[in-house]
Design a protein around this ligand. Structure first.
Ligand code: RTP
Ligand code: MG
Length: 141
């Protein structure tokens, strides 16, 4: 299978816990390459755009407030089956339901502060990557 790309965000809770390196190590151990990365503090507008698919959901405001509560680390991961592989490493949305050994089970505190984001489908990955990284800032090796 050809290499696939996905967008990953280490959310404000995990950045504040100083576990960026531990999360990156899990990506690398699973064969995912970090081919672009950037730390930023999202504006309200950026967070609302990014999670626009959820704009009518009851948790939307809390989600946006949380995503702008501190800096985030955003990366493009590349590898075979990268989207599903990253979702597997992340674990379930609610850390209480996340499998042992997953990023959310180990580092997340709640369904709101759940450590990481990962694209959930190829179309979403393409759109999300373009949100943050111009093609020339992605270094596929
Ligand atoms: P993400 O997009 O951040 O990777 O998370 P996900 O795919 O696992 O979950 P998704 O359904 O896309 O929801 C986006 C974020 O909204 C919050 N959420 N809260 N209270 C709730 O029922 C609820 N459901 C979702 C979570 O923080 C989730 O990561
Ligand atoms: Mg999602």
């Amino acid at each position: 299978m050809a290499a696939e790309r996905t967008l990953s965000i280490i959310k404000p809770d995990a950045v504040a816990k100083n576990v960026i390196g531990q999360i990156y190590a899990r990506f690398e151990a699973a064969g995912l390459k970090i081919i672009a990365a950037r730390m930023t503090h999202l504006s309200k507008n950026e967070a609302e755009q990014f999670y626009a698919v959820h704009k009518d959901r009851p948790f939307f405001k809390d989600l946006v407030d949380f995503m702008v509560s501190g800096p985030v680390m955003i990366q493009v991961l590349e590898g075979e089956n990268a989207i599903a592989k990253n979702r597997e490493l992340m674990g379930a949305t609610d850390p209480k339901k996340a499998e042992k050994g997953t990023i959310r089970a180990d580092f997340a505190d709640s369904i709101d502060a759940n450590a990481v984001h990962g694209s959930d489908a190829p179309e979403a990955a393409t759109i999300e990557i373009a949100c943050f990284f111009p093609a020339l800032s992605i270094y596929s090796r």
